[in-house]
Design a protein around this ligand. Structure first.
Ligand SMILES: [Zn+2]
Length: 70
């Protein structure tokens, strides 16, 4: 079966947590075996490697600059 996927990445929510430290995730890196989530801190730390090994990277760190309702 062929399913046409929409190229709009689903946004990360407060339920998505960094796989390294458990903080809220802002970056999703897609791999053949699944996705890894990273907070802004760890995304910066791993980004050079992610750019080389990840199939695709969804970066939502720009949303960090949006005013928070909290
Ligand atoms: Zn982290």
């Amino acid at each position: 079966m062929i399913v046409n996927t929409v190229e709009t990445p689903s946004r990360l929510t407060a339920h998505d947590r960094c796989d390294r430290c458990g903080a809220r995730a802002y970056v999703r890196a897609a791999f053949a075996h699944g996705d890894l989530l990273f907070c802004a801190h760890h995304a910066r730390q791993y980004r050079p490697n992610l750019d080389q090994i990840a199939l695709s990277i969804d970066d939502f760190t720009a949303s960090l600059t949006e005013p928070s309702a909290n």
